[in-house]
Write a protein that binds this ligand. Structure first.
Ligand code: AMP
Length: 190
């Protein structure tokens, strides 16, 4: 079965209940962007992956290569970035809560008024199904993804044909049209 214009396959599994009826069980899919520029950046990435893998009713489907990218704003150290695709039964709000809890558990401190500071780990929801969410606490697709090569390059490894539900163009078209001068290079191929 296809989901919207993206043509992504919805993964379905059929679970036979005790009553013998077949229940349709459809997890959500999501892409998550990861970044770290404090401490052992690669180790932070691997720890975050392990923690995501352990979230209830969640599994990692694909992982991109690791990239190193020039920081935005005040940060000095280059970031290690990657994108993963997951399947989850959590709602988008619940997933955000769980990702923020991982950031906190890994020691991330939020500095008031400082948006682009250094961070042990940053976990952003890039896409959640084909949903468009515009809450104060959660915006999906992530509002900056089309401006960030460190998101689009790893995303294009996993899902180049993925159609941005708001902009109506594919991830590879977004990457090809990107004007950013920020540098990025491959650190570790997947
Ligand atoms: P950040 O500094 O990148 O961790 O983002 C700070 C805040 O952005 C979080 O506390 C979230 O409530 C909010 N936010 C809004 N949309 C998203 C999203 N798609 N993924 C992650 N955080 C988001």
């Amino acid at each position: 079965m296809e989901v919207g214009a993206s043509g992504r396959q919805l993964r379905e599994s059929h679970v036979a209940s005790a009553m013998g009826e077949v229940r349709r069980h459809m997890p959500h899919w999501a892409f998550i962007g990861l970044g770290s520029n404090l401490g052992d950046r690669k180790a932070n990435y691997f720890e975050a992956i392990e923690r995501v893998q352990k979230l209830p009713t969640t599994r990692i489907i694909k992982q991109s290569s690791l990239y190193e990218s020039e920081p935005l704003g005040d940060a000095k150290t280059w970031f290690v970035n990657a994108v993963i695709e997951i399947e989850t039964e959590s709602s988008a709000d619940d997933l955000l809560k769980r990702l923020k809890a991982i950031e906190t558990a890994m020691g991330r401190k939020r500095v008031r008024g400082k948006r682009w500071g250094s961070r042990i780990i940053d976990l952003d929801i890039l896409f959640f199904d084909n949903e468009i969410i515009s809450k104060r606490t959660l915006k999906v697709p992530h509002p900056e993804l089309q401006n960030r090569k460190f998101v689009l390059a790893p995303l294009c490894e996993l899902a180049p044909q993925m159609i941005h539900p708001k902009l109506g163009v594919s991830a590879s078209e977004l990457l090809a049209g990107l004007k950013s001068t920020k540098k990025i290079h491959l650190l570790r191929a997947s």
